[in-house]
Design a protein around this ligand. Structure first.
Ligand code: NAD
Ligand code: DAU
Length: 350
């Protein structure tokens, strides 16, 4: 069936994989990618599909209500997959306002446009992409389920939690057809190198210190980004209106163990003597309010919709390291002066 689908944040890390999947898999859909192209947005992530007839890119800001309303009027979207966000916890600690504008106000602008410009809610869907960080931090045991009470700890997760609450409120109050999914840490190609995995690989490659926060004891549940995109596809088409789905990798790693793994793979790919890259590991001041552990129980999604994460972490992480080592040009184009300044503020001054 023909559909006009708005994907926000499609030039970013996860968004680019979602846009590619939808453009290639559903030639009958028109995919409109709306992205402000902040430091994290990069059209190079989509150069293989940019000329496809069912793909349109629009540069714009979700915090501007008039522009958003015009877009809804022009394209008469059947569905929205909302990924645009400020996404990095460390940046939310130094500049929380940017997170409030984009993650909260931007989301509410989109909700308002859908509420007032969708004349008939049947067969429409506003799908909001969120994070497991809204649930707070776990101790050594247990996993987040869909009904775990919200307990966000960072300005980033507080802004995402707030946006989730608004999405639910628009469903409860105005019957807007919404779905939310909350996912664990993603890894794979196209991630901006402020996040642990691409940052560590880039530093290994350039013989720079690999900054490990605190003792490296924090635990994250890593999911390959294409598995997340596949879950989003499934939920968008088969998810139940008004419901929430958790998405996770069932793949917990202590940061320090993961970093050793990256060093080991990089040594092999770069023909370095085993142990060379690990010498770059440098323990630095911990992140303020650093959540100890995230782990997601995605059994609802698995049972109800038949999704499963691919259980090939070894291959996928190897492929990921290789991608970052090989894509010299991609790094060159995104590592701007802004990045260097950020890196300096973040690490050199610690
Ligand atoms: P990202 O930072 O790589 O990409 C975000 C994109 O949003 C960028 O292309 C950026 O240009 C765009 N954007 C930012 N502000 C905008 C604005 N005001 N208007 C329009 N576009 C704007 O983020 P990501 O890691 O791909 O995350 C995408 C979504 O998934 C976010 O909502 C994030 O909270 C969520 N999420 C991320 C992860 C993860 O591990 N990365 C896990 C779970 C959920
Ligand atoms: O859980 C989902 C979330 O995962 C998403 O909602 C966020 O958008 C995404 O950024 C990610 O958040 P994290 O804070 O977990 O990811 P990050 O890659 O920044 O850090 C992963 C872990 O590594 C975390 O415990 C902090 C640590 N870390 C991070 C960096 C950048 C380091 O030890 N050194 C570093 O240099």
């Amino acid at each position: 069936m023909k559909k006009n689908i708005l994907i926000t944040g499609g030039a970013g890390f996860i968004g680019s994989h979602v846009v590619r999947l939808f453009v290639n898999k559903y030639p009958v859909y028109q995919i409109i990618n709306l992205d402000k192209l902040t430091y994290a947005g990069n059209l190079e992530n989509l150069k293989d599909i940019q000329d496809k007839p069912n793909y349109t890119f629009i540069k714009g800001d979700i915090t501007e209500p008039d522009f958003i309303n015009e877009l809804f009027t022009k394209y008469k979207f059947d569905g929205v997959i909302h990924l645009a966000a400020e996404s990095h916890v460390d940046r939310s600690i130094s500049d929380p306002m940017a997170f409030i504008y984009t993650n909260i106000i931007g989301t509410v602008n989109l909700l308002n446009a859908a509420k007032s410009l969708w004349t008939d809610f049947s067969s429409k869907l506003f799908y909001h992409i969120s994070t497991d960080e809204v649930y707070g931090s776990l101790e050594k045991e247990g996993k987040f389920i869909e009904t775990t009470p919200y307990d966000p700890q960072s300005p980033y997760s507080a802004s995402k939690a707030s946006s989730d609450h608004f999405v639910r409120a628009y469903h409860n109050t105005y019957k807007l057809p919404v779905i939310i999914s909350n996912c664990s840490n993603n890894y794979g190609p196209n991630q901006f190198p402020e996040k642990l995995i691409p940052l560590a690989i880039n530093n290994i490659k350039n013989n720079r210190p690999i900054p490990v926060y605190g003792k490296g004891e924090n635990i994250r549940d890593w999911l390959y980004v294409e598995d997340h995109a596949a879950a989003i596809d499934l939920i968008f088409h088969k998810g139940k209106i008004g419901k929430t789905y958790n998405i996770g990798g069932n793949n917990e790693w202590k940061n320090i163990d993961l970093i050793y793994k990256l060093c080991e793979i990089a040594d092999c790919k770069l023909n370095r003597t085993p142990g060379t890259s690990a010498k770059l590991i440098t323990f630095v001041k911990d992140r303020a309010g650093h959540d100890l552990r995230y782990a997601i129980d995605s059994s609802k999604l698995e049972k109800n919709l038949g999704w499963k994460p691919s259980l090939q972490f070894e291959q996928k992480i190897e492929k990921t390291v290789e991608w970052y080592l090989d894509n010299e040009e991609w790094f060159k184009n995104i590592l701007t002066r802004e990045y260097e300044k950020y890196y300096e503020r973040q690490y050199i001054s610690r």
